[in-house]
Design a protein around this ligand. Structure first.
Ligand SMILES: NC(=O)C1=CN([C@@H]2O[C@H](COP(=O)(O)OP(=O)(O)OC[C@H]3O[C@@H](n4cnc5c(N)ncnc54)[C@H](O)[C@@H]3O)[C@@H](O)[C@H]2O)[C@@H](O)CC1
Ligand SMILES: [K+]
Length: 493
């Protein structure tokens, strides 16, 4: 599991560690890790041209010390100062190692092989300052590898928000712990490949992280495994209320996901039973209303409903309920809060904005705040879909989960219906809402990657390149392969 911590928690841990160590020891550790990562990216350090963008704080100090290490190994290193002052000891170390201050920043950048962005780290406030913008653009356009020190300068470490311009890095070398902005969009997209350098903060960070990203082994532990005694009822029956005369396909896709989520049976309720049975004869179908459909351990309601029939009926049940799409319209916070069983809401940014009474852009810009706010308001677990899908628990202090398997290929019609069915099925199989949502998002993303990489049915690890457009059905059909990937472990714990 990857965990990310807020700046105040990272600073507190650093302060506690610094009190036990000689002056400057932490920065030397950080700089050593940073220089090693740069050397790896350069391949050959001797003769390489490195430019340091140096702000006025310790982030610039890290860049200067790392630059000194690279200069000692034969790199040509020059520093461009962008703040009112520079880290004095760091600059002295660079000069002593044979580095220099760039006479002409733009000329230095034009010839650079690698640029280290040490403008701001966790102390940065607001976006990039105007004077830094042309320099950062020149770095990006130079063709050099851009490595962000701790964080891409200009992004908000705690929220992942990006105001104005920020450094677009190929890689980020972060110290001590991940920060939320490295895992949540929009900032995550600026960070490139993120590498964590251990500076010894472990044990000094709070017990509960701000953010968690599950990996294969974590998801494998959550997935339901049928016991020898299991029958379909013990494995859980998921009820799917979806589709309409106008949108029968949503019913078929939600059922397609539900059949691959570990529940023992899928009960479809609604007017699209014929279309569902034609594709999945193993489904139990009922025309409705949901109250008369028979026993279920969890409900999914919303995909393709067109209107909101059955929502009140389902919310009145004492089983866990997943509400998606049309089911989210006009959803009353008081009715959700009053439920005796858990509720899981799965909006995309537009639906989340409607529930919060704000604009979609606002939600996109501040995803972490939006998902927490919704979970608090509805007293429900909330899965906010998007390029970095987030899952928030209604209890404060519980880490938000961020899904690491997302892919732009998932932005395809009907893929959300598959996710609803899959996640509802995991709920019916007995997973807690937060676990069902995060395991569902993880498998769904992995399935999309598999399907985009080489069609739905192949086995074995998916290649990284050569992806092609995919349909929601292919995502559903790739789910069993995604389960096998996760259960196989692949060493990605
Ligand atoms: N505290 C520690 O123990 C360690 C800190 N380290 C480094 O220190 C960094 C934090 O250092 P600081 O607290 O000095 O903060 P930063 O260096 O991140 O930034 C603060 C400085 O930048 C200026 N600044 C703020 N916003 C700005 C903006 N938008 N544009 C330009 N300048 C801006 C401030 O006036 C201040 O001088 C970490 O990100 C990490 O790189 C590492 O060396 C590891 C150890
Ligand atoms: K930086």
């Amino acid at each position: 599991m990857r965990t990310a911590y807020r700046v105040q928690d990272v600073r507190a841990a650093e302060a506690a560690l610094m009190a036990r160590l000689p002056e400057g020891a932490l920065m030397r550790r950080a700089a050593a890790g940073l220089a090693a990562a740069c050397a790896g990216l350069l391949g050959r350090v001797y003769g390489a041209r490195v430019v340091l963008l140096v702000g006025s704080g310790d982030n610039g100090g890290d860049a200067l010390y790392a630059g000194a290490r690279l200069a000692r190994r034969g790199a040509g290193v020059s520093a461009v100062a962008l703040g009112g002052r520079v880290h004095e000891a760091g600059l002295a170390a660079l000069l002593a190692a044979g580095g220099r201050v760039a006479a002409d920043p733009h000329a230095a950048l034009a010839r650079a092989d690698l640029v280290l962005d040490g403008i701001t780290g966790i102390g940065g406030r607001g976006g990039l300052r105007p004077e830094a913008v042309p320099v950062v653009r020149a770095a990006r356009e130079s063709g050099a590898v851009v490595v962000a020190v701790d964080l891409p300068s200009g992004v908000d470490a705690d929220t992942g928000a990006v105001e104005g311009e920020a450094v677009r890095a190929d890689a980020t070398v972060t110290f001590g712990a991940y920060k939320p902005g490295l895992l949540v969009d929009p900032a995550r997209a600026y960070a490139g490949a993120v590498r964590l350098v251990d500076i010894g903060l472990g044990g000094l960070l709070p017990a509960a992280a701000e953010l968690e990203a599950l990996q294969h082994a974590d998801v494998a532990r959550l997935l339901p495994v049928p016991g020898a005694e299991s029958d379909k009822y013990r494995r859980g029956v998921v009820g799917v209320v979806a589709g309409s005369a106008r949108y029968p396909g949503a019913a078929v896709l939600a059922v397609a996901g539900a059949l691959r989520g570990g529940a023992g049976a899928v009960r479809y309720v609604g007017p699209a039973g014929g279309a569902v049975l034609a594709r999945y004869p193993e489904t139990l179908v009922h025309p409705g209303p949901p109250g008369g459909a028979g026993r279920v351990q969890a409900w999914v309601i919303g995909p393709g409903l067109g209107d909101t029939p059955g929502v009140d009926d389902v919310l009145a049940s004492d089983a866990p309920v997943l509400v998606d799409a049309d089911g989210l319209r006009l959803l009353d916070p008081a009715a959700v809060r009053a439920r005796p069983a858990p509720t899981l809401l799965t909006p995309h940014a537009g639906e989340a904005a409607a529930l919060l009474g704000t604009a979609r852009d606002e939600v996109e810009a501040r995803r972490l705040e939006a998902v927490r706010e919704l979970a608090g308001r509805y007293g429900a677990t909330v899965l906010l879909k998007g390029s970095t899908t987030l899952v928030a628990d209604p209890s404060p202090g519980v880490p938000v989960r961020v899904n690491p398997t997302g892919t732009p290929w998932l932005a395809t019609a009907g893929s959300g219906d598959v996710l609803s069915g899959l996640t509802g099925s995991l709920l019916a199989a007995g997973l807690a809402p937060r676990d069902a949502a995060s395991a569902g998002a993880y498998l769904h993303g992995l399935a999309a990657r598999r399907a985009a990489a080489r069609g739905a049915h192949g086995a074995g690890p998916a290649p990284a390149a050569g992806a092609a457009p995919l349909t929601a059905h292919e995502v559903a059909e790739a789910l069993p392969g995604a389960w096998r990937d996760v259960q196989g472990g692949g060493g990605r714990g």
